[in-house]
Design a protein around this ligand. Structure first.
Ligand SMILES: *[C@@H]1O[C@H](CO)[C@@H](O)[C@H](O)[C@H]1NC(C)=O
Ligand SMILES: *[C@@H]1O[C@H](CO)[C@@H](O)[C@H](O)[C@H]1NC(C)=O
Length: 201
C-alpha cells in the first residue's frame, strides 16, 4: 500500500516536472464543465465572462503581482469559454477547421495583485475573411478597474466559407462589425510587421 502511494507520488512528480499539469487539468475542466452544464447561448454582441484568482503560481520575482506571461496563459481559458458559449466551437469543429492564434497584444495598466479575484471579459470586436479579433479585459472585482486589456487575432483556416460568413451562420442576428479605431492601428501594425519580415526573408 505504502509502495503504491510512493509510486503514484513519483508519477505525479514526474508529470509535473515534464508538463504544465495545471494547464491541462484546467483546459479539460473548462471544456467538461461547459459540456456537463450547458448555459444559455451567448450572442456575439455580449461579453463572455470568466473568473480567476491570482495565486502564488502566478506571481513574478517580487511576489506581489501577476507576471506578464500569466495574462496570456489565462486568455487560453477565456477563449475556450468564448468558443463554447457562443457556439463557435461547434461551428469550427463541425467544419473540421483549424484555429491558430495569429497575434496578441496586451497593455498592462496596473499590476494585478496577489490573492486578488478578477474577471476576464471576452468579446468579438471584429472579423475579416480569415480571422476573428477578440478584446479581453482583466478587471479586479474589488474595484472594477481594468488592469490590463488585450486583443487576440485568431486565424481560422480550412473553412469553405469566409470567417465573416461563419460568424453570421453561427449567430444570424450578429451585425456587420466595424473595426474600432485602436484595432485599425493594430491591423496596420500587423501588415507592416508582415511586410518587414517578407523583405528580410
Ligand atoms: C495568421 O494569418 C495571417 C494572414 O491572415 C498569416 O500572415 C499568419 O502567418 C497566420 N498565422 C498563423 C500562426 O497561422
Ligand atoms: C493589410 O494587407 C491586406 C493585404 O495584404 C489588405 O487586404 C488589408 O486591407 C490591409 N489592412 C490594413 C489595415 O492595412
Amino acid at each position: 500500500m505504502v509502495c503504491l502511494f510512493y509510486n503514484i507520488l513519483a508519477i505525479v512528480a514526474a508529470m509535473y516536472s515534464l508538463f504544465d499539469v495545471n494547464y491541462f487539468v484546467r483546459l479539460l475542466f473548462t471544456t467538461l464543465w461547459r459540456r456537463i452544464i450547458p448555459r444559455k447561448k451567448k450572442r456575439f454582441s455580449e461579453d463572455i465572462r470568466t473568473y480567476g484568482f491570482c495565486t502564488t503560481n502566478d506571481v513574478d520575482f517580487f511576489m506581489t503581482h501577476m507576471n506578464n506571461a500569466r495574462f496570456l496563459r489565462e486568455l487560453d481559458f477565456s477563449r475556450i469559454d468564448f468558443y463554447h458559449r457562443t457556439g463557435l466551437y461547434e461551428g469550427v469543429v463541425s467544419r473540421k477547421a483549424t484555429v491558430l492564434q495569429g497575434a496578441t497584444t496586451v497593455r498592462y495598466r496596473k499590476p494585478l495583485p496577489i490573492f486578488a479575484f478578477y474577471q476576464v471579459t471576452t468579446r468579438l470586436v471584429y472579423c475579416d475573411d480569415k480571422a476573428i479579433y477578440l478584446e479581453h479585459k482583466f478587471i479586479t472585482l474589488s474595484d472594477n478597474f481594468v488592469r490590463a486589456i488585450a486583443i487576440s487575432k485568431q486565424n481560422i483556416t480550412g473553412l469553405e466559407v469566409t470567417v465573416s460568413e461563419l460568424i453570421s451562420i453561427v449567430d444570424p442576428e450578429s451585425l456587420q462589425l466595424e473595426a474600432p479605431e485602436d484595432l485599425k492601428h493594430w491591423l496596420e501594425y500587423i501588415n507592416a510587421s508582415s511586410e518587414k519580415l517578407k523583405k528580410s526573408d
